[in-house]
Design a protein around this ligand. Sequence first.
Ligand SMILES: *[C@@H]1O[C@H](CO)[C@@H](O)[C@H](O)[C@H]1NC(C)=O
Ligand SMILES: *[C@@H]1O[C@H](CO)[C@@H](O)[C@H](O)[C@H]1NC(C)=O
Ligand SMILES: *[C@@H]1O[C@H](CO)[C@@H](O)[C@H](O)[C@H]1NC(C)=O
Ligand SMILES: *[C@@H]1O[C@H](CO)[C@@H](O)[C@H](O)[C@H]1NC(C)=O
Length: 410
Amino acid sequence: MFTVIVKIHPDFSCHFTRLIMYSGILLVFTCYVVAVTAQAPPFKETCVHGSYPPSKSRDVPEYTINLDDPPSQRWNKVASDKRNEMRNILEAFKSFISEFGEFASAVIYYIDLLGPGIIDIIPQPYQDELKGISNVTGIELGEVILYNIFYEIFTVCTSVIAENTAGELYHARNLDFGLFMGWDVKNRTWSITEKLRPAIVNIKWMKNGKLLYKSVNYVGYVGILTGISPGRFTLSMNERFNIDGGYLGLIELLFTGKGTWMSFLTRDTMEQAESFNEALNMLTSKQLIAPAYFILGGNKTKQGCVITRSREVNGTDIWYMSDKSAGGWYVLETNYDHWKAPLFLDDRRTPANICMKNMKQKGVGIPGIFDVLSSKPVLNKLTTYTAIMQVNSGHLETWLQYCEDPCAPW
Ligand SMILES: *[C@@H]1O[C@H](CO)[C@@H](O)[C@H](O)[C@H]1NC(C)=O
Ligand SMILES: *[C@@H]1O[C@H](CO)[C@@H](O)[C@H](O)[C@H]1NC(C)=O
Ligand SMILES: *[C@@H]1O[C@H](CO)[C@@H](O)[C@H](O)[C@H]1NC(C)=O
Ligand SMILES: *[C@@H]1O[C@H](CO)[C@@H](O)[C@H](O)[C@H]1NC(C)=O
């Protein structure tokens, strides 16, 4: 274990301590803000209007994954099409790591070396899927595993479920990714975030010749961060930062085999749950390797909630949209427990709530929600995409997001 202090761009004059922990086999980062030496960045939130529809160039491609195919071959088409995009992400990640010196580079070396040895910690069928992706892209298995781990750790997001006046639910999310991973001073962007956008795809998951569910994925990542089971439920996952965070869970997983990967739990839920209640039950009954927020919407009025999970099943909090402290007609989650104030440095919750209230229930629909999620700093330099789902129609649409200056780094 070692600690480094890194100076981010002086505009933001923040010092971060980065605690890098190498658990013997797996590399995991956890980032912790230690001190802020300057005032918050100089911009104010305003709710944008009329941002929908965005230009066609911000659309993402759609692929089909057939669950009846053997796991090792399911990803062949999409992974071979997006091989270079995956490589670019890993290159950016490695160059970010190499800034931490030779020790960090050595970690990557060991990950490549040990990949085939640690694949057993990945449950089936995901294990075979990762082997297949490694095979078709030529990327070392250890790096494909790493690629699937780091999304469990660096995801900062905003998710919202809102009900229109007809009682129909819309579920939307911004996926912000790449925090602390290489600020590009010249371009004022996060290097990993920039590389991620070209790897975003919509996926239709088929089984027995029928559409089972849809999701938005970074190619190569086999879990689910955003998904819709048409007519039944919608689901998104947001990171929950916690001292008892991912790396402790990973260590426990390695030594005791206890704990479920969040993104595999969400995928199992998409594949197995046939209703909101079944999904809720699955998401609240397994020990996880890291804490998380699951945002779950059903198919009827008021069926929207935020599930705040610790690693243990004990202590799970379920917050419904009908709750007074939620919006009544909506429920919104960023990366902080709803009963606590957000970190003052990273308050996307207050502006998002202001824009939701400004839109009002009668404004609920794709354009209105897209406006809310396109308002800064809900939209920030980490935002890679906005996805919007409507459960009854089974509709999912995804738009790449970019944040023009002045724009908050997170
Ligand atoms: C890797 O791909 C080759 C052909 O592209 C195939 O023959 C081989 O069985 C695959 N290996 C695995 C482990 O899937
Ligand atoms: C910075 O932006 C310019 C222009 O958009 C682009 O050509 C260049 O590749 C970017 N640099 C990096 C490191 O992303
Ligand atoms: C809602 O989901 C339940 C469980 O899957 C299903 O029985 C019911 O028909 C659905 N209702 C609508 C309106 O789709
Ligand atoms: C769960 O929480 C209850 C009440 O806080 C406590 O009594 C119980 O021991 C906990 N169970 C486990 C398995 O931690």
